[in-house]
Design a protein around this ligand. Structure first.
Ligand code: COA
Length: 368
């Protein structure tokens, strides 16, 4: 019997603080009209001092678990796709695991820039389909505001912070994620990069002084690449699913630039009314843009159970990809679960584990 991976829960978390184009025009040499006409962005969210990639990821995950009516302890795997991880290690996914009390879950981060959510969706799907796991949380989470040079008008107007999450669950019923294509071209790596802070250029006075810990981008080149790959990835994923573009109810693209989205829809000869766009409110939230847009599409009645939906994205690497899914709904369950209530329990558990580790260390040190 075949096994399928259904999306049974979804959630998003965005910072409260809004940064408008007008605010930006007081910080760098730009203006509202230029930003809207060249990108479609009107405002974006920016994390406050307490908010981090992990805290946004945790909130999105708890909301997704609540919709799926799934306890954190029943989660087998957490993947956080992110371009702005909390640290190089430990993985942001492990921080989320601890903060929600997913005591039986494996956890790791996935780095494929803005395409990361699609890659993560595919990995979770295939692990479910191969019966390795039954329940997964896939999260896209970012605080890119911490990596943007707020003096560089070509990049600082584009990015925003936020997180979105899907719960994926195994079922024998056909549906869920049907097909995915993942692509890359490392020869274009320098077009969009964060040069320092890794092993090649460890943090030093020089790297900081030269602004190498900020996002560097060749906007026009990335634009050209994006317009080429969005439509092709969509068609490739549909072919793999044995579907045609006419079968698609909704396309949810990575929200990087409204002009890129318009061009992709035109290349596909697909009506813009059936392409979900919310870039005006959030800017480019990288890995989080597709799950955030999905949550909103459901809220606005644009995505319903049974619909065929395409997720398509591109980003640094270069990477790109697309997924086709038959949209599902939460599985019926007997008892209601409120995962947000597990937040406190998880905190207590985490503190206890830290104490036990300290006591064990003390005993170990004294017995040697
Ligand atoms: N405000 C005002 N003017 C700006 C500006 C800003 N924020 N940013 C750039 N400009 C200027 C440029 O300096 C340039 O001036 P010049 O002609 O005097 O040299 C002019 O606007 C046109 O620049 P150009 O780069 O050709 O603009 P564009 O139409 O390509 O738009 C981007 C720039 C960055 C919006 C666009 O290239 C883009 O969106 N690229 C893709 C980026 C992306 O998606 N990155 C994330 C991938 S996941």
């Amino acid at each position: 019997m075949s096994r399928f991976a259904h999306v049974t829960g979804w959630g998003m978390a965005i910072p409260e603080k809004i940064l408008t184009n007008y605010d930006l025009s007081e910080m760098v040499d730009t203006n509202h009209e230029w930003i809207v006409s060249r990108t479609g962005i009107v405002e974006r969210r920016v994390a406050n001092d307490e908010e981090t990639t992990a805290s946004l990821a945790r909130e999105a995950a708890l909301k997704a678990l609540e919709i799926a009516n799934l306890k954190p302890r029943d989660v087998d795997l957490i993947i956080v796709a992110t371009s702005s991880p909390e640290h190089i290690f430990p993985a942001t996914a492990c921080l989320v695991q601890d903060q929600i009390g997913a005591v039986r879950a494996g956890a790791f981060d996935l780095s494929a820039a803005c395409t990361g959510f699609i890659y993560a969706l595919e990995i979770a799907t295939q692990l479910i389909r191969s019966e390795s796991i039954a329940n997964a949380i896939v999260i896209g989470a970012e605080t890119l505001s911490r990596f943007v040079n707020w003096k560089d008008r070509e990049t600082c107007v584009l990015f925003g912070d936020g997180a979105g999450a899907f719960v994926l669950q195994a079922s024998d019923e056909p549906g869920g994620v049907i097909s995915t294509v993942m692509r890359s071209d490392g020869s274009g790596g320098e077009l969009l990069s964060l040069p320092a802070g890794g092993s090649k250029l460890p943090a030093s006075k020089e790297t900081v002084g030269n602004g190498l810990h900020y996002i560097h981008m060749s906007g026009r080149e990335v634009f050209r690449f994006a317009t080429k790959v969005m439509s092709q990835a969509t068609l490739d994923a549909l072919a793999k699913a044995h579907l045609k573009i006419d079968d698609v109810n909704l396309i949810i693209p990575h929200q990087a630039n409204l002009r890129i989205i318009n061009m992709a829809a035109k290349n596909l000869d697909f009506p813009m009314e059936r392409v979900y766009v919310n870039i005006d409110h959030y800017g480019n939230t990288s890995t989080a843009s597709i799950p955030i847009a999905t949550c909103e599409a459901i809220q606005n009645g644009k995505l319903k159970p049974g619909d065929k939906v395409v997720f398509v994205g591109f980003g640094a690497g270069l990477t790109w990809g697309a997924s086709v899914a038959e949209w599902s709904k939460p599985f019926p369950t007997e008892r209601r679960v409120y995962p947000a209530r597990y937040r406190l329990l998880a905190r207590i558990r985490s503190l206890l584990l830290r104490w036990v580790r300290r006591i064990e260390g003390w005993i170990w040190g004294n017995l040697r």
